[in-house]
Write a protein that binds this ligand. Structure first.
Ligand SMILES: [Zn+2]
Length: 75
């Protein structure tokens, strides 16, 4: 069991393209084409959970939220 991948996007981004790490690792398998997937996160949402084209869970978080979390952890 591995932790879900976390992708950070810019604070004002509403759409993003990410590379699924699990897919990138499986790229050598037959029929596995491409590790990138696109998603959309509305501006009023700080984070979301997405599934890549092969169903791997990828957490997406805005940079602002990630920075706040780091600040909280450092305190
Ligand atoms: Zn994947």
């Amino acid at each position: 069991m591995t932790l879900p991948q976390l992708v950070t996007i810019s604070p004002r981004a509403t759409s993003f393209t990410a590379v699924c790490r699990a897919c990138a690792r499986a790229m050598h398998e037959p029929g596995w084409t491409g590790a990138t997937f696109a998603g959309r996160l509305d501006l009023d949402l700080e984070s979301g959970v997405f599934l890549c084209r092969h169903g791997h869970e990828v957490h997406v978080e805005r940079e602002r939220a990630a920075a706040e979390r780091r600040a909280t952890e450092a305190a």
